[in-house]
Design a protein around this ligand. Sequence first.
Ligand code: KG4
Ligand code: ZN
Length: 340
Amino acid sequence: MAQKYVLAIESSCDDTAAAVLDFQGDVLSDVVFSQQDHVIWGGVVPEISSRQHLGRVASIVQQALDAAKVTPQNISAVAVTQGPGLIGSLLVGVQFAKGFAQTLQIPLIGIHHIEGHVLAGLHDEGFPKPPFIGLIASGGHSAIYLCNEGYQISMIGETRDDAAGEAFDKIGRLLGFSYPAGRKIDKLAEQGDETKFPLPVALKAHTTYDLSFSGLKTAARELIYKLEANQKPLDEQTVKDICASTRRAIVDALLGKAILACRQLQIYRLVLGGGVAANSLLRKEAKRVAPENEIQVYLPKQKHCTDNAVMIGHAALRRLHLGQTSSLNISPKAQMDFNH
Ligand code: KG4
Ligand code: ZN
């Protein structure tokens, strides 16, 4: 039988990404173009982002095909993020994927963005068998999920206000960093003292898996304003110390809830994902704390934590192997259920 390949496309926010995987889940190419325009605006501007996707999607797909050394005729199925996300951005990926599928007369698979994050490592050796708990923390989402034996995903707790990545980005902005700030805070935190300015962790109660980061953001803002009243701009070490406290508070909040869910539901397998799962302290602490609680933890490669098309390809392959494909009439969805 001829080798089969899936082309995957992700365009839910500000990254235009395409990847080619074979039907066993081996990754042949993995292209991500991260838009830079929001550096000027301090965040993603949906209309600008969708236009950027439109201008680039064809060349990003071509790059993914070239890097994988396959032609469109070698592709047996096309997968695309259908939602949730920015509607204009999603529309570009979905329309491109539909056109590709229709022209080549191949199946189309619309994928839930969070299902992609949860299953980003699906074909890796260390990826756990379900049921498992998923902690997905990014700029747009921060939630705890339960993935059952049939890979049905349900949310069991979520942030009541800001997402974890959003908290990194907003506190970073107060410190004068450009968007997105998570990676920079992570780097500077390595040289900071996380005990110097302790910041609060909200919703510590064992009665909820929900998270909250707005109190942390307010506390950080007040701390920064107070320190700036004496010294503006803040000296380098103070900035590093604030970064370290911010990172510690966010990591403790996220891991605390994930471990709580594993213990209370007696599911001793945990999968991390989303841009914040690239955080070095979160990764280090997860590897330390999970085994202490007899929990097996899976961390995707850092580059597959932030948005990418490989994760969409993995999630699509699972559905494809079950014969689940989408209609060519699918529409992008800004809000989307898992059972779409
Ligand atoms: O998953 P993602 O690429 O996009 C969304 O779906 O939102 O996540 C982006 C988020 C941003 O808020 C960014 O600041 C954060 O992930 N992020 C990090 C790190 N790398 C990216 N946060 C903390 N530490 C990092 N190393
Ligand atoms: Zn994401």
